[in-house]
Design a protein. Structure first.
Length: 87
């Protein structure tokens, strides 16, 4: 069984590809969020934004970096072993 409880191989190749594309888009969205937070942090520091706001941005940045690391780590292990398992 797959991680989500469904039977492995029960989906059509089209559904597998759609899920893979969705995961890639999610990864790109996380990378884009990190890029924007980096830009905001630079501007916030230069314009005198409150420390609390900058701290919240840094927390968001850390969270996104962790999510990105987990996603890339899972993908790279699967690629290493040549698995076609969808997470």
């Amino acid at each position: 069984m797959a991680e989500d409880g469904s039977k492995a191989g029960s989906e059509s190749p089209g559904q597998d590809m759609e899920r893979s594309i969705k995961k890639d888009l999610e990864l790109e969205a996380v990378k884009e969020h990190i890029m924007w937070i980096d830009k905001l942090l630079v501007r916030a520091g230069a314009t005198g934004v409150s420390d609390i706001s900058v701290s919240r941005l840094r927390e968001m940045q850390r969270s996104l970096h962790e999510k990105l690391g987990r996603t890339q780590g899972q993908r790279s292990l699967l690629d290493f072993f040549g698995c076609s398992v969808q997470l």
